[in-house]
Ligand binder design. Structure first.
Ligand code: CA
Length: 234
């Protein structure tokens, strides 16, 4: 069984606001991780990748705007939704935030209901299966917009679940994913299927990938990883 608890990184230096947000998130079934500046936020991200980042605009040290730009450029956080918190109501600031890669913004003060609605909306929008960009690892290429996969420029045929699984693994390559993490991220919320289902689809994925199937590694006792370190023989 997989129950997805969204992990929300709250980057906010005003303790009272950060605490209030985290209490509200917890009451609504989310996990809140607090960081008071860019460095502690980065440390939290390095530890566990959050599902959403709530990012205050005005922070000591690096501004929220710079952090949003940096995380959007980092392959690890590229697909992580960023929701900017701003005390300003100015349109130019909102536009600058969106240009920097934020998915949405909320102007303080905001209601809990509004915050939760925005978080849920960005979570839905950024579901991994909707990622539509092109990703290439070694000679393996996946195009999210056309749903085409190729290896050494030869097209491969994948079923829809295998495609979603490969899409996720390629966007999070070189990292080990447990079966329950894959269920959460690939199959999504509110699915009640057994973890061995993942094994079945990994097996099918390897078969569909042919030589590139070796890039999908089993990490004994932990889960699976897609790696470029295995170079399939041509
Ligand atoms: Ca602040």
């Amino acid at each position: 069984m997989a129950m997805k608890i969204p992990r929300v990184l709250v980057v906010e230096d005003e303790k009272a606001i950060a605490e209030l947000i985290s209490v509200n998130l917890r009451h609504h079934g989310m996990l809140a991780v607090l960081a008071e500046d860019g460095d502690s936020a980065q440390a939290a991200i390095d530890d566990v990748l959050p599902d959403v980042i709530l990012l205050d605009w005005m922070l000591p040290g690096q501004s929220g705007l710079l952090l949003a730009k940096r995380w959007r450029a980092d392959p690890r956080t590229k697909l992580t939704p960023i929701l900017m918190l701003t005390a300003r109501g100015d349109e130019p600031d909102k536009v600058a935030g969106l240009d920097a890669g934020a998915d949405d913004y909320i102007t303080k003060p905001f209601s809990t209901q509004e915050l939760l609605a925005r978080i849920r909306a960005v979570l839905r929008r950024r579901a991994p299966e909707q990622a539509s960009d092109l990703v290439r690892i070694g000679a393996l290429q996946l195009d999210g917009s056309t749903h085409r996969v190729s290896f050494q420029d030869q097209p491969l045929k994948l079923g829809p679940t295998e495609f979603k699984l490969l899409n996720y693994l390629m966007h999070h390559a070189e990292r080990v994913h447990s079966r329950s993490q894959l269920l959460d991220r690939v199959w999504g919320d509110h699915v009640f299927i057994e973890e061995r289902t993942v094994d079945v689809h990994v097996k099918r994925l390897r078969e569909a990938l042919g030589l590139a199937g070796a890039m999908v590694e089993t990490v004994r006792g932990v889960g699976y990883r897609l790696t470029a370190s295995v170079t399939p023989e041509a």
